[in-house]
Design a protein around this ligand. Structure first.
Ligand code: OTU
Length: 583
């Protein structure tokens, strides 16, 4: 820590001070995130610097670059199997390139976020290679078992993350004559944080990256970092203690750095990653709002707002100094985290609704507009998840094939509707690369044997710069979508009530297709968002304005440019959205 602190560059120290003066920087309404793979967006890190104006057009303030540290050769789970935490994937550039890019971004007011896989390393990482060479010190960096007795005991309560291509949580490693704990793929070895040297090695990694100018670390797979027999080995109390310790120590050296937890877990467990346990602690600053994402897709398929209202009402709010990252799509599959209880409260059968969502988004439900595919169908449990780009899941692929202007219009409205909620719900909204120009599913991965069995690659397309070049042509699909995204960005940045420190509460409307949510901020005022999940025009009782404590409602955004109140009801166009604030 002392070494890292004394090596920290002057411009980063200035940033440290700025962040200490403005600790809520990542909660501000100006925050707009963008997520991309470097190779898919610009081939290299140096190439990315040539596209910074594109990011400026979207007023991006936060750039999450997908895994870019040196991975093992493919297959490497999209870069989540790292062989060297201190080197950049040589196909993308060097650590110097990364540092340079971070500086360029900082100068433009864009914070750089990268993935740090804390749960595991590649089987080819130097620590693993030393373990394989017989160094006992490094063997204790991992979990190794001479026979199946303990693995069998653990597996009685473990869940399978990738049941089709990596069943089980342990892999036999002949060179070690041992079973190694591999929660994900067999080439991803789980780290043993019971060994303090693992903690120190990871802390060193964090400080090293912080000093290269990384401002936000996306801590991958954090729920899994502590194991306990008889449990699912996720969300253990020790996992939180470890994160709290990492956060405290990194803060001493690099106060500017924020932590983002990647924990796709039920909400009472999720908020603990933001420090909301029995007592409030300082832990991660940001966490993914998976539930919002899932509920948006569920609502879109069912043309229903009741289930999401129920589910999101039950969601505890994050501690004041933390916030969500909100998103429509990410690089992973969509897992239907709809609880049986929430489903029942809204009149659905949980199991059947989840099956409906899989059928609907795989495009095999009668009348479905979606073009997705099932991911990790588990024949033992009947579970499955969904792959596909947002635009394809919203119906654009099908609409363009049919060539029907009305269907194209609907598909665009769906995409914008989902993003309108994500941009105003509270927290850092993320644009997943390509959604802003409605990129459809890509199939080239099917020809690559290292990727073919993982259909998450269908929604990890290459940036289509020809399509993006049409973004100012308002007659093109790209132009229509891109201009809507710009509208969302600009509207968001004008609404102080979207500062994430406030609270968000869904409200019941008298129309089961209209989702309403109110944001309240003690100084910045009230905000009411409405989203019509119906394919037709819908209305709701205008008394919701009073309920949202908007005495003099002003339009901040409206899909048809107006606030239409007639006969005591708010009228909304098909798949329309409305943002209202107090004067
Ligand atoms: C993450 O996801 C990444 O987002 C995936 O792309 C990786 O494959 C994986 O880690 C392994 O590194 O289970 O289905 O609660 O949900 O860590 C994806 C956290 C995953 C897990 C999450 C994991």
């Amino acid at each position: 820590m002392l070494d890292a602190a004394s090596a920290r560059q002057e411009d980063l120290r200035v940033l440290d001070h700025r962040r200490e003066i403005v600790p809520d920087w990542f909660q501000r309404e100006r925050m707009v995130g963008y997520v991309c793979y470097v190779d898919k967006f610009s081939h290299t890190l140096a190439g990315l610097e040539r596209h910074l104006d594109y990011l400026n057009e979207l007023k991006v303030t936060y750039l999450h670059l997908m895994p870019l540290l040196q991975p093992r050769p493919a297959p490497n789970d999209g870069g989540y199997a790292v062989v060297d935490f201190r080197a950049v994937d040589s196909r993308l550039g060097s650590m110097d390139d990364l540092e340079h890019l971070a500086g360029e971004l900082r100068a433009r007011g864009i914070s750089l976020c990268i993935d740090l896989v804390v749960n595991h390393t590649a089987a080819e990482h130097i620590w693993a290679r030393k373990a394989l060479a017989g160094e006992v010190e490094y063997q204790s960096f991992y979990f190794t078992f001479p026979d199946r007795s303990l693995p069998d005991a653990y597996e009685r309560t473990l869940l399978d993350v990738f049941p089709s291509f990596a069943p089980g949580s342990f892999s036999w490693v002949p060179d070690l004559q041992a079973w190694v704990w591999t929660t994900f793929n067999d080439y991803q070895w789980d780290l043993n944080y019971g060994n303090p040297n693992v903690f120190l090695a990871m802390l060193e990694t964090m400080l090293f990256l912080a000093n290269r100018g990384i401002e936000v670390m996306r801590l991958d797979a954090v729920p899994f970092i502590w194991k306990r027999l008889g449990t699912d080995c996720q969300n253990q109390p020790e996992a939180h203690l470890l994160l709290q310790a990492f956060r405290a120590l990194v803060r001493v050296v690099a106060p500017a750095v924020a932590f983002k937890a990647e924990a796709i877990v039920p909400h009472h467990q999720l908020v603990q990653y933001l420090g909301k346990g029995e007592r409030e602690r300082t832990e991660c600053d940001l966490a993914y709002h998976n539930q919002l994402m899932v509920q948006l897709w569920s609502g879109l398929a069912a043309r229903d707002a009741a289930l999401m209202t129920h589910a999101l009402m039950a969601m505890p709010s994050p501690p004041q100094q933390t916030s969500w990252v909100t998103y429509v799509r990410c690089h992973d599959d969509i897992g239907w985290a709809v609880s049986d209880l929430d489903a029942a409260a809204a009149g659905f059968n949980g199991f059947r609704h989840r099956r409906f969502l899989n059928d609907f988004y795989a495009g095999r439900f009668p009348g479905s507009f979606a073009r997705g595919a099932l991911f990790q169908e588990n024949f033992a449990t009947g579970d499955a998840r969904i792959s596909g780009t947002a635009a394809s899941l919203c119906g654009l692929e099908q609409a363009l094939e049919v060539g029907d202007a009305l269907l194209i219009d609907q598909a665009i409205r769906r995409l914008v509707l989902l993003y309108s909620v994500v941009f105003s719900y509270g927290g850092v909204p993320l644009i997943y690369m390509g959604d802003e120009v409605a990129l459809r599913n890509e199939h080239s991965y099917e020809k690559d044997p290292a990727l073919a069995d993982d259909n998450r690659w269908m929604h990890r397309p290459f940036m289509d710069w020809d399509a993006a070049a049409r973004r100012s042509d308002l007659n093109s699909v790209e132009g229509r979508v891109f201009s809507e995204f710009c509208r969302l960005v600009e509207a968001r940045q004008r609404v102080p009530a979207l500062q994430a420190a406030g609270s968000v509460t869904p409200l019941w409307t008298d129309n089961g297709r209209i989702f309403a949510y109110v944001r309240a901020h003690p100084r910045a005022g009230q905000f009411l968002g409405l989203a019509n999940f119906g394919d037709g025009p819908e209305s709701c009782d205008a008394r919701i304005l009073a309920e949202a404590r908007l005495s003099d409602p002003q339009l901040a955004l409206s899909s048809d440019g107006r606030l239409d109140v007639r006969d005591g009801r708010i009228h909304m166009p098909p798949l329309g959205c409305l943002w209202l604030v107090d004067r």
